[in-house]
Ligand binder design. Sequence first.
Ligand code: GDP
Ligand code: MG
Length: 181
Amino acid sequence: MQVPHKEHLYKLLVIGDLGVGKTSIIKRYVHQNFSSHYRATIGVDFALKVLHWDPETVVRLQLWDIAGQERFGNMTRVYYREAMGAFIVFDVTRPATFEAVTKWKNDLDSKLSLPNGKPVSVVLLANKCDQGKDVLVNNGLKMDQFCKEHGFVGWFETSAKENINIDEASRCLVKHILANE
Ligand code: GDP
Ligand code: MG
C-alpha cells in the first residue's frame, strides 16, 4: 500500500551582517560541524537539507548563503527571487549587528513577496548565545515585542558552535511556510 506523499522544495535565505555566523549556522544545520576558523563566503553558495516532516511529507530546504555582498547591507531582487522564507541573523556580542536587522528586514520586504502578495516568513536568530547573554536578548519580552512590530514570525537564541536551537528555529520557519500555502 502506498502512503500519500507530499514533497516541498523551499528556497530559504540566510541574511545579516558580516561575521554574525550565517555560514556557520548553515554548516551546523546541514553538515553537523563547526569551525572557528573564519572564512568569508565567496560566490553564491547553497546547501540542501532534507526534512522528513511527517510520515506523508518531505520538505527539502535550499539554504542560500550570502556571497560576500553583505558588507553593502542589501541584496538584489534576483538573489531574493522565489525564496519562501528567511532567517535574519545577528551576533549577540555586537549590538550594531542587531541594529542592522531592521535594515535587512526592510530590504527583504521591499524586494520580495509571496505569489499571493504576502510578505515571506522570517525568523530572527540571536546567534553566538554561547558567548554570554546580551541585555537585549535577556529581555525576552522586549524581543517578542520587537518581532511583533517588525513582522518576524519568531526569534531564537542560537549557537552554531554549541548547536543550540538551530533545528527548532528551522522547524518554526517551515511550520509557518507550510501554513501559508
Ligand atoms: P558569516 O560572515 O555571517 O557567514 O559568519 P561566519 O559563519 O563565517 O562566522 C564568523 C565567525 O564567528 C567565525 O569565526 C565563526 O567561527 C564564529 N561563530 C559563528 N557562529 C558562532 C557561534 O554560535 N558561537 C561562537 N562563539 N562563534 C561563532
Ligand atoms: Mg559567510
